[in-house]
Design a protein around this ligand. Structure first.
Ligand SMILES: C[S@@+](CC[C@H](N)C(=O)[O-])C[C@H]1O[C@@H](n2cnc3c(N)ncnc32)[C@H](O)[C@@H]1O
Ligand SMILES: Nc1nc2[nH]cc(C(=O)O)c2c(=O)[nH]1
Ligand code: SF4
Ligand SMILES: [Mg+2]
Length: 249
């Protein structure tokens, strides 16, 4: 009798591409609230699960406490078609974590959707998309080591792999780089990351950290002038203005 055969195939590959599934926390139709395509009607697919743990994460239900349902690529494509809009935003959590994300992206693009991927850029999985919306995580995103010793260490190790980010940028048709900013002292760090990535200022957006109109209003006062003086684009988070910080918007 021979040795037992062990398979290293993923659930997706053993079941075949038609049955590939992703853990999804929510899907909804809304307007893109951030970056270059702000105002564009879009169908959002938010995967659940993240390899980072930003202390300020505005979707903890997809990172700190990931929840959701497994959905097939076919059902996600159907839902996108039913939404009646031409733009799809694939976000998370960290969408690049899912083994089925390449297949989903390809299917969405083949079906004629304009695909934006919102990612922190730490997973080496260059996949095609129309707009890579990369949000590198700065040092101040790391959770408190006293409260979260394990995640603080993992987050710090994982958050800024420049080469991986470069590969993702190269695989995309277009890109934008969005930084979450809470303090003026972060500008030096932002400049260093922009230089290392070799991206141009037109593609760099600075967004205030925050989930309330009051935080957005306060940030406009100090962050917008600094952003413009540095030659970057200021990025209000319009979904907060339009809908408040609510799920499904
Ligand atoms: C929830 S993340 C999901 C995609 C990916 N994990 C990432 O971080 O890019 C979507 C976007 O929201 C931003 N974000 C999350 N929490 C935020 C907060 N409290 N203030 C401002 N932006 C935030 C992220 O930087 C990213 O651009
Ligand atoms: N309206 C709206 N625009 C967004 N742009 C990026 C989002 C995200 O969570 O990735 C997002 C979101 O959650 N809602
Ligand atoms: S990388 Fe994105 S989803 Fe993950 S914790 Fe940070 S903001 Fe949240
Ligand atoms: Mg969001």
């Amino acid at each position: 009798m021979g040795k037992p055969q062990f398979s290293h195939a993923t659930a997706e590959s053993t079941r075949g591409p038609d049955h590939a599934q992703l853990l999804v926390s929510e899907t909804f139709t809304s307007r893109q609230g951030e970056g270059r395509l702000t105002g564009t009607d879009s169908f959002f697919i938010r995967t659940s699960g993240c390899n980072l743990r930003c202390w300020f994460c505005d979707t903890p239900y997809a990172s700190w406490n990931p929840s959701g349902d497994r959905q097939t690529i076919e059902s996600l494509l159907d839902a996108a078609r039913q939404s009646g809009v031409e733009h799809v935003v694939l976000t998370g959590g960290e969408p690049l974590l899912s083994p089925a994300v390449t297949e989903l992206s390809r299917s969405l693009m083949d079906s004629g959707f304009h695909l934006t991927i919102e990612t922190a850029g730490t997973i080496d999985k260059p996949i095609p998309c129309d707009l890579l919306s990369l949000s590198p995580k700065l040092a101040d995103s790391t959770p408190d080591p006293g409260q979260h010793p394990r995640w603080s260490g993992l987050h710090e190790q994982r958050r800024m792999p420049i080469e991986t980010m470069r590969t993702l940028i190269d695989a995309a048709l277009a890109h934008q780089v969005k930084f979450v900013v809470g303090d003026r002292s972060q500008f030096d760090e932002i400049r260093q990351v922009v230089d290392s990535l070799g991206v141009t200022n037109d593609d760099v957006f600075l967004m205030p950290q925050g989930v309330t109109n009051a935080q957005m209003d306060a940030a406009i006062e100090w962050l917008r002038p600094l952003t413009e003086a540095a030659g970057y684009q200021y990025c209000d988070r319009m979904q907060i203005r339009w809908f408040g910080n609510r799920r499904g918007t």
